[in-house]
Design a binder for this molecule. Structure first.
Ligand code: 4AD
Ligand code: MG
Length: 462
C-alpha cells in the first residue's frame, strides 16, 4: 500500500503492514554484515523513515550500494518494529527502485552535515530537503491554513486584492514600477517614455499593501481580509525586510482601535494553538536546535492578553530606562527596532500593542484622534522581532481625510474618497507580516529563511 512517511510512522499503518514509500535519501549507512540502512524523507513529517535493505535484493550490488544522499527511491516492504532506539517503526525492504540518481555524490550541494543558513540561501532550490526547511515549510502551511480558518469560522470574506495597482498605499514611495518589455526596450533605445501610453493607460506598480482596496469590500461585506504577496523597494538589508513578502490584512466595519487589538490577539492565539497541536515534532525541533524559548513564548501569547500601551507612555519608558540607544528617543520620533525590542523584550517580556502614535510619522489614512496630534494607530511589537503587526482605525470622515491628502493624492484616490461619501462608517484593520510571524513561531532569525525564494536588494537569483 502506498504510504507517506507520516502515515507509516504516525499510526495510520501498523507493524506487519505491507507499504510502499516514495521519497529522497537523507542518508545511507552500509553495515559490514551486508545490510544497508536508508533514511527516507518525503516532506510529510519531521522524521525520515528507516528502510533496512538486505544484500539479497537483486539490484543491491549493481545499484543500491551506489546510492547517496539526495537520490530518489521507491521502497516496498513490511513495516516492522525497529531494533534501533528512537525509532518506533521501520521498513524491512523487499524491493528498492531507484527513480532519480544524484549524478555526482561529491558535488551534491546538500551534504549530510549541517550547513549554515547563509550557505543554504545560495541553494534555495535544494534547501527544502534539509530538516530545518522541511520544518519551516510545514509550519508555513499550518500557519496559513490556521489564519484562513480563523477568519472563515468568524464569517470573514477573503478578498483577492490586486497585485498590480496605481496607488501607493503607505505613501512611502517604495514602489516597483510595472512596465512592459516593449517599454523597457524603448527607453533603452533612448526614447522618452510617455506613461499615458502605457499598457494600462496609467502608471502602475506592484502593491505594497492591499488595504485600500480591501477597505472598499469592508464597507460592503463588513468583515474581510486579504492575504497575499506584497512588494517593497526599500533598500534595507536587515533580517526583517524582504522586497517581496506576504501580508495578512483584515478589515472590520463598525470597529475601533480596541476592537482591532482584540482581533490581532484572537488571531494570534488561534494560530499559535493550532501550531502547537499540529506541528509538535517540528516545534520540538525548533525548540531544541534553534531557540529554546519558542514553545514558552507561544504559550504565553495563548494564555495572556497583550499588554496595551500608549505611544506617549512608551516614549517616557524609553527616555527613563537608562539604556543607551543608537537612535535618540523623543516624543514625535518613529521607533527604531532597538526601541521596539527593548519594550517587548525587556520592559514587558511578551508582545505589546503600542497605540496612538504622532500623526506626522504615520500614514494619511489613519484616524485623527481628538487631541489632533495623534492618530489611532497600533503596532504589535514582539520579543525577538520588533514590529510584527501594523494597523489602525481608519479616517472615515471625508473632510478630515482630505486634510491629510495632497491634491494629487485626492485625485488619484477618488474612489477611496467615494467610500467616505457613500455610507461611510468607522472601521479598522491591520497588516500582519507573514514571514515575521513565521520567525516568531520558529525562533529563526532571518525573514530570508521564512519564505521559499527570498527577494532582497541584490538577490533574485532563483
Ligand atoms: O506596517 P505596515 O507597512 O502596514 C501596512 O502596510 C498597512 N497598510 C497594513 C494595514 O493596516 N492593512 O506593514 C504591516 C506589516 C509589518 O508590521 C511587518 O510585519 C510586515 O508587514 N512588513 C514586512 N515584512 C517583511 N519585509 C518587509 N519589507 C516588510 N514591511 C512590512
Ligand atoms: Mg508599520
Amino acid at each position: 500500500q502506498l504510504s507517506t512517511v507520516s502515515d507509516a510512522l504516525k499510526g495510520r499503518f501498523v507493524s506487519g503492514d505491507a507499504v510502499q514509500v516514495r521519497g529522497w535519501l537523507r542518508s545511507k549507512r552500509d553495515s559490514k554484515a551486508g545490510i544497508s540502512f536508508l533514511a527516507i524523507h518525503d516532506g510529510s513529517c519531521f522524521d525520515a523513515i528507516q528502510a533496512v535493505v538486505p544484500n539479497t535484493l537483486d539490484n543491491y550490488q549493481s545499484e543500491l550500494l551506489k546510492l547517496s544522499t539526495g537520490c530518489a527511491v521507491i521502497v516496498c516492504g513490511e513495516l516492522v518494529e525497529s531494533q534501533g532506539k528512537g525509532q518506533s517503526l521501520e521498513i524491512q525492504a523487499t524491493a528498492v527502485e531507484v527513480v532519480g540518481w544524484v549524478d555526482n555524490a561529491e558535488s551534491y550541494p546538500i551534504a549530510k552535515k549541517r550547513h549554515s543558513f547563509e550557505y543554504l540561501r545560495t541553494q534555495a532550490h535544494l534547501r527544502p530537503r534539509t530538516n530545518t526547511f522541511g520544518a519551516i515549510t510545514r509550519l508555513r502551511t499550518t500557519l496559513a491554513n490556521a489564519i484562513h480558518n480563523y477568519f472563515y469560522r468568524d464569517g470573514f470574506h477573503w478578498i483577492n486584492t490586486p497585485i498590480i495597482t496605481a496607488s501607493d498605499c503607505e505613501g512611502a514611495g517604495e514602489l516597483f514600477r510595472v512596465s512592459t518589455l516593449d517599454q523597457v526596450n524603448l527607453s533603452a533605445g533612448g526614447a522618452k517614455l510617455d506613461y499615458s501610453q502605457d499598457f494600462f493607460g496609467k502608471e502602475t506598480f506592484l502593491t505594497v499593501s492591499g488595504q485600500l482596496e480591501v477597505e472598499a469590500y469592508c464597507l460592503a461585506m463588513s468583515k474581510v481580509y486579504t492575504f497575499g504577496p506584497t512588494f517593497r523597494a526599500e533598500n534595507s538589508n536587515t533580517s526583517r525586510h524582504l522586497a517581496e513578502f506576504w501580508m495578512v490584512e483584515p478589515e472590520v466595519a463598525f470597529a475601533n482601535l480596541d476592537d482591532n487589538a482584540d482581533l490581532a490577539e484572537g488571531l494570534l492565539q488561534h494560530v499559535f494553538t493550532r501550531v502547537l497541536e499540529e506541528c509538535e515534532d517540528d516545534m520540538a525541533f525548533f525548540q531544541q536546535r534553534i531557540d529554546n524559548t519558542v514553545i514558552d513564548r507561544l504559550r504565553s501569547v495563548i494564555d495572556n492578553r497583550f499588554e496595551r500601551m500608549e505611544y506617549s507612555e512608551a516614549i517616557r519608558i524609553l527616555e527613563n530606562c537608562g539604556e543607551s540607544f543608537e537612535y535618540p528617543v523623543a516624543w514625535g520620533v518613529d521607533l527604531a527596532s532597538e526601541h521596539e525590542r527593548y519594550l517587548a523584550e525587556k520592559h514587558v517580556g511578551r508582545p505589546v500593542v503600542l497605540m496612538n502614535y504622532p500623526k506626522d510619522i504615520k500614514a494619511f489614512y489613519m484616524r485623527l484622534n481628538d487631541d489632533e496630534k495623534t492618530v489611532a494607530a497600533m503596532d504589535v511589537l514582539a520579543p525577538g522581532i520588533g514590529e510584527i503587526i501594523g494597523g489602525s482605525q481608519r479616517e472615515e470622515r471625508l473632510s478630515v481625510l482630505d486634510e491629510r491628502m495632497d491634491e494629487h493624492l485626492r485625485e488619484e484616490l477618488w474612489w477611496y474618497r467615494d467610500l467616505r461619501r457613500y455610507g461611510s462608517v468607522p472601521h479598522a484593520g491591520f497588516g500582519l507580516g507573514f514571514e515575521r510571524l513565521l520567525n516568531y513561531v520558529s525562533g529563526m532569525d532571518n525573514v530570508r529563511d521564512a519564505i521559499p525564494f527570498p527577494r532582497t536588494p541584490g538577490n533574485a537569483a532563483f
